[in-house]
Design a protein around this ligand. Structure first.
Ligand code: ADP
Ligand code: MG
Ligand code: MG
Length: 877
């Protein structure tokens, strides 16, 4: 017979699948010797059996629960139906993957008209006993019979008004007693039955309700959004109650072991004295920061600190802990890996490494690509921020910056986002029902709630900027207005949110890229350390290169020179060059362009500061530089003092049917070699300037679109003659390299021949993929989506390497080339150089470096570090 119940003593953290995260971790904490109230867990398989059985408990479950309860009674020296020492329990939901707040928990089960009296007289605290009872009736009514919580809360609020008090804790025992009587009326009114007095009946109904909550609408949506399998089911944990509402030396709280926004190593939490369960998160009273506990209850605080550190060490993860203090005794009620922002996660991992809690390999393993992308989230520039004062200030609940239009409900937010609007969700406070709206929002603002409120926790988890507890804002969801001393906004108005400072602005800022934290830099160093091949960047300007270097790129794998010709004063020269029909007519524009290029390259070499810099000579077909509409053509004809007919004629001569496979790259240079000569002269001259300054510069000159060794040989000879002439003239011994792109299938197949004439190879995966598949990059959008939809291709081969085709060809080319020239340096400079999966493949076939756009450098580094570690492990085995 299947075992459906495990006591805490039988469980452990590895049994999450069966016991849910909560049950497994409670058992684990017990094993570690932490103070945890006793209990047992009904398995997820029990939940599944319940559903299979048509929502009826498996036959033997009643008996097994009774047996487990008996053991619990013995452990606690209390009795479930006992009047002398009544055992009160909680019935807690707990799924395999955390679904915070999506399912239900009921506290204080076991109380009834008799036991509540006993509890009052035993503790001498009527207020406490009836506080527990009124909570039970409300939670039970709400969870088991779906009575809205407001039905009870209205009565409570009314009573407080009558008494002229603000806080629940100010109610007397008699107040609460009368409240429980009213609550029972409400219960009867809404359900047509009495509030169940039999503890066992309470327990069974509660358990069933928790099982049922697996399919409540919120839980279903949450699972869909987070890709959680519905066949996992939920576990139910039944646990002895401890009481945070047991007077002023009792309390309840939540705490992260480190700061979940920035990762700082400092306990980060909140607690409330004389409170129970969710009071802290529900914002009933303003909670106190955990540091206050060090003052009010120093011994407990020290114990908490010790246990928190122990948990962190044990799980090797930052923990999110729920605790309760009952009459000066500390209890742990839950621990799980805490949700944190990406930059916090990176800070924590680097700290764990320094603390010796994790090895380098473990850190690399725990860094995810998502984390990396999130850590590079945009922000507002400091200068711009300084120029505007905030509209309102709240808590910096989740960092990052966003601008968008404000919406006051999840539905409105969703609608607006479907219309491609950037949305900011504005709520008094969020609840799990708002999740769909939160997901589509660029940022979230709440006027209530603290750093651990629902909005804050969920936003940090999603990496969405959030400002919480912005008390100055009056949010009227019905009227869709947001009022503030300095003005009023309505639905659709723009706001800018800075979740890192907690400030909100009416000015619509531009987003700029995030500043890199020291921990992020350390991580980049670690990744470089751990990977056995280099990451270079594709950079056409010094600014790009600077960004890439700040991410730890080891050089430039691709500088595209064509982008340098698009500034107006250069474009005109380029056009003059293209439209010239004699070599003499080409001379003037070539000289001008050479002048521009020399200063471009000088700047790049200076910025690269002795790191390798690969410059590709002109690649695209000519017509990319020519005007297309009539007014532009007219202006050009005028500027060049030629007739429109002459211009049109030249343009039609340059027209190609298939420019991607046409007169471009080395082929164009065969017709007009002086263009490459000009570029090479500029490269060498600029290198010489830096050499004079004392730098060692070894230019890497790269020739695109080579298909046969004969082409390369001719061009190499031609360029070398020019360079030698130049060096002799300048009396310099500058070294340089001439290499080639490998992007034509024929070049791959004859790589051994080409290798003899090239100093380096660089695969151009965009063109190679285009030519291997025969997919025109310019037209692929017409049919590729269909291929993906029909499952004919696993993914877009321009985004992730096609291992079986393009990848095989690359592998073959590398083998051929290295056989001919073992020292040949081989890189990849196409778009795929920044795609983690592709990069891992390139690593496996033995490339020496990959090159990608600056912002993908960190991703490529991570992919390589992971791949290097994996390769190493493989060898050891
Ligand atoms: P959730 O999954 O929504 O976090 P929990 O099962 O953790 O729900 O219950 C919510 C809160 O109820 C806990 O944080 C804790 O404060 C309180 N609680 C649950 N079980 C007990 C218990 N045995 N004794 C005291 N408080 C409890
Ligand atoms: Mg909890
Ligand atoms: Mg190319």
């Amino acid at each position: 017979m299947e075992k459906y119940i495990y006591s805490f003593a039988e469980g452990k953290k590895e049994m999450k699948q069966l016991l849910g995260g909560k049950g497994a971790n409670l058992a684990e904490m017990k094993r570690l010797g932490l103070p945890v109230p006793d209990g047992f867990t009904l398995t997820t398989t029990c939940c599944l059996a319940y559903y299979e059985n048509g929502k009826v408990f498996p036959d033997t479950l009643g008996t097994t629960i009774a047996e487990s309860l008996k053991t619990l009674e013995q452990q606690t020296h209390k009795g479930f139906r006992s009047l002398e020492a009544p055992l009160l329990i909680s019935v807690r939901s707990g799924s395999v993957r955390s679904m915070p707040g999506m399912m239900d928990t009921i506290l204080n089960i076991g109380l009834n008209g008799d036991t509540v009296k006993m509890l009052a007289s035993q503790t001498g605290d009527k207020r406490f006993a009836y506080d527990c009872y009124r909570r039970l009736i409300q939670m039970f009514g709400n969870v088991v019979y779906s009575i809205p919580a407001e039905a009870f809360e209205i009565v409570l609020t009314h009573l407080k008004e009558q008494r002229g008090i603000q806080l629940d804790t100010e109610l007397t025992g008699d107040d609460l007693h009368s409240l429980t009587i009213e609550y029972q009326h409400i219960f009867r009114q809404k359900t047509g039955r009495r509030f169940p007095q039999d503890p066992m009946q309470q327990l069974l109904l509660a358990t069933q309700a928790v099982f049922n909550s697996w399919y409540n609408p919120r839980a279903i949506t949450y699972r869909q959004l987070n890709n959680i399998d519905e066949h996992l089911g939920t576990a139910v944990t039944i646990q002895e109650m401890v009481f945070g509402n047991n007077g002023t030396d009792s309390g309840t709280g939540v705490c992260f072991t480190r700061n979940p926004s920035n990762g700082e190593k400092k306990l980060y939490g909140e607690f409330l004295l004389n409170a129970q369960g969710e009071d802290v998160v529900a914002g009933i009273r303003t909670p106190q920061p955990i540091s206050d506990l060090a003052v009010t209850m120093p011994t407990i605080y020290a114990e908490f600190e010790r246990c928190a550190a122990l948990l962190e060490q044990h799980y090797q993860e930052m923990q999110d802990i729920e605790f309760t203090i009952d009459n000066g005794q500390l209890y742990f009620l839950q621990t799980r890996n805490g949700k944190r922002t990406a930059s916090a996660a990176i800070q924590i991992l680097m700290d764990f490494l320094a603390e010796g809690l994790l090895t380098k390999e473990e850190v690399v393993d725990k860094v995810t690509f998502d984390m990396m992308e999130q850590a590079l989230h945009p922000s507002f520039s400091e200068e711009e921020l300084a120029e505007h004062s905030p509209f309102a200030i709240g808590l910096p609940a989740s960092p990052g910056a966003a601008v968008g239009r404000i919406y006051f409900s999840a539905e409105a937010a969703q609608l607006a986002s479907e219309n491609d609007e950037a949305v900011i969700l504005v709520r008094q406070e969020t609840s799990p029902e708002d999740i769909t709206g939160m997901i589509v929002s660029e940022a979230i603002i709440t006027s209530r709630g603290g750093m651990t409120s629902h909005a804050a926790v969920v936003a940090r988890g999603m990496g969405t900027p959030c400002v919480a507890g912005c008390h100055d804002l009056i949010i009227n969801a019905e009227k869709q207005t947001l009022t503030h001393p300095s003005g009023q906004l309505k639905e659709g108005d723009w706001l800018a949110v800075d979740g890192s400072s907690g400030k909100i602005y009416t000015h619509v800022f531009e987003l700029t890229q995030t500043a890199i934290t020291p921990a992020f830099e350390q991580l980049m160093v670690l990744l470089t350390d751990m990977s056995d091949i280099d990451v270079r960047a594709n950079a056409d300007t010094a600014t790009d290169l600077q960004t890439a270097l700040s991410f730890g790129a080891t050089g430039v794998g691709l500088t595209r020179t064509e982008h340098m010709f698009f500034a107006p004063e250069r474009l005109i020269e380029m056009r003059r060059l293209i439209l010239a029909d004699t070599a003499t007519a080409r001379e003037i524009p070539l000289n001008k362009l050479q002048h521009f290029q020399t200063s471009d390259f000088e700047e790049l070499f200076r910025c690269a500061n002795e790191r390798p810099l690969t410059i590709r000579l002109l690649d695209p077909p000519y017509h990319e530089f020519l005007p297309h509409d009539i007014s532009e053509k007219n202006a050009l004809a005028k500027a060049l003092s030629i007739s429109k007919t002459q211009l049109d004629q030249r343009l039609s001569e340059l027209q190609e049917s298939n420019p991607m496979m046409g007169h471009r790259g080395i082929r164009l240079a065969m017709s007009y070699p002086e263009i490459y000569k000009m570029q090479v002269t500029a490269i060498i001259n600029s290198a010489l300037v830096l050499e004079d300054e004392g730098l060692t510069v070894i230019p890497e000159i790269m020739i695109p679109l080579v298909g046969s060794v004969t082409e390369l040989k001719w061009m190499r000879h031609y360029l070398e003659t020019a360079i030698t002439e130049l060096l002799v003239e300048k009396n310099s011994h500058l070294t340089y390299k001439i290499g080639t792109m490998i992007e034509i299938p024929r070049a791959c197949l004859t790589a051994h021949e080409i290798a003899d004439t090239a100093d380096f190879f660089s695969f151009g995966t965009n063109d190679l993929t285009q030519l291997v598949y025969g997919f025109s990059r310019d037209d692929v959008a017409k049919f590729l989506p269909l291929y993906l939809e029909k499952g004919l291709l696993p993914h877009d081969p321009f985004q992730t390497i096609d291992i079986d085709g393009v990848g095989q060809l690359m592998k073959q080319a590398i083998t051929l080339a290295k056989k001919a020239q073992p020292q040949l340096k081989i890189g990849v400079c196409g778009e795929l150089g920044g795609d983690p999966e592709s990069v891992a493949y390139f690593h496996s076939i033995g490339v020496d470096y990959v090159s990608c756009s600056p912002f993908r450098v960190p991703l490529a580094k991570l992919a390589l570090a992971k791949a290097s570690i994996e390769a190493e492990t493989f060898i050891v085995i």
